[in-house]
Design a protein around this ligand. Structure first.
Ligand code: SAM
Ligand code: SF4
Length: 358
């Protein structure tokens, strides 16, 4: 096909996607494979849809990584059970509440409680934590503590949790089985469906740059996000950890992660999409570039300094320092791209395809 016709086709596809046309699997694969010259066009389209659907302000969610104990053995993750060189910690209930209060003081309205899969935090303990955070800070609560029984999810919701993040990680059953020994992809999806059904604002997402991953698998990831009608999408690059079986598998491809993120915005329109910490770790400009390619959320890490470096999922994680320093640093960064922070809860807006947000 002559170059000009090929170019026109790609531009046409991006324009249609920007206008709200549903993307088929083949379209998505095409967008993920476009020549590098077209990336700015793709990112600008996603940025436009982000502007129309969720506005220009950047929502903040404060993360507390309250335990680095994990009973799983995911091949990619530094918290995996078999990583015996990791110094493990569990934050006490009072430490978690004190950290939540710090988040509240900075004006950030939502907290994300994240950990390895750690059954030390029983249903009762997690519920008590949720109740105390709601009562003592009134923060909106997101949980990111892995796969739990349906009863647990129900109890967490009754206790006052509002949102749940559980990335499906990869849409490839084979890759999932290899990367997460002993875990079942169907179960993960069932957890996500249950969370959504219970009324949690539900987040899923993937890692980009996994060994054996293809554009076709990434397209399936995007379709999983769409089919689940997920409210939040965590799309981040895989970064190899030296203490895991995937040590040495370098991934320096920022571009492909940004493409997946941009297509996610075009496909899902009004979702909340963080510019992930992993993006900021992969490249100094990664977070800002993501915010200009469809992302609208940033999740600064408020874990106390004594624990932060021990939440060692992958090396070189950003957001070191005290809460107020982190916030002012982010504020300065956002100003450089003409954006501001919004100290608001930032639920996903009511379904509003093709239109302007309300
Ligand atoms: N244990 C919970 C779970 O797995 O859902 C929550 C904590 S886990 C550390 C949070 C996320 O970290 C995972 O969803 C995964 O995508 C991400 N992660 C783990 N290892 C990573 C790596 N090496 N590079 C990039 N992201 C990674
Ligand atoms: Fe554990 Fe989550 Fe890391 Fe897997 S990704 S080892 S479940 S903390």
């Amino acid at each position: 096909m002559p170059i000009s016709k090929y170019s026109a086709n790609i531009q046409n596809l991006i324009d249609k996607a920007k206008g709200g046309k549903d993307l088929h699997r083949e379209d998505i694969i095409k967008l993920l494979k476009i020549p590098a010259d077209f990336s700015p066009y793709l990112f600008a389209a996603a940025d436009r849809v982000r502007h129309e659907q969720v506005g220009d302000e950047i929502y903040l969610r404060g993360i507390i990584e309250f335990s680095n104990y994990c009973e799983r053995n995911c091949l990619y993750c530094g918290l995996r059970k078999s990583n015996s060189s990791l110094s493990r910690y569990r934050m006490s209930e009072d430490e978690i509440i004190a950290t939540a209060k710090k988040i509240k003081q900075t004006g950030v309205p939502t907290v994300v409680l994240q950990s390895g899969e750690d059954s030390f935090y029983s249903q009762d303990i997690v519920c008590r934590l949720i109740e105390r955070i709601r009562k003592e800070t009134d923060l909106i609560i997101t949980l990111s503590i892995g796969e739990r029984a349906l009863n647990d999810y129900k109890a967490f919701q009754q206790a006052g949790a509002n949102r749940y993040l559980l990335k499906h990680e990869t849409a490839s059953r084979e890759l999932y089985k290899y990367l997460r020994p002993g875990s079942d992809w169907e179960n993960r999806l069932q957890c996500l469906r249950s969370l959504k059904h219970l009324g949690f604002e539900t987040g899923t997402g993937n890692m980009v740059g996994l060994p054996g991953q293809t554009p076709e698998i990434l397209a399936d990831d995007l379709l999983v996000m769409k089919l689940l009608d997920a409210d939040m999408l965590g799309i981040g690059p895989f970064i190899a950890h030296p203490g895991t079986p995937l040590a040495g598998l370098e991934n320096d491809d920022l571009e492909i992660t940004l493409r997946v993120l941009a297509v996610a915005r075009l496909l899902t329109r009004n979702t909340n999409i963080p510019a992930t910490t992993a993006l900021a770790t992969l490249h100094p400009q990664g977070r800002l570039q993501a915010l200009q390619a469809g992302a609208n959320v940033v999740m600064p890490d408020f874990t106390p300094e004594i624990y932060k470096s021990r939440y060692d999922i992958y090396p070189g994680r950003k957001d070191v320092g005290e809460a107020s320093e982190i916030i002012s640093h982010l504020e300065r960064d956002f100003q450089t791209i003409g954006r501001t922070m919004l100290y608001s809860v930032g639920n996903r807006p009511i379904e509003n395809y093709n239109g302007i947000r309300h």
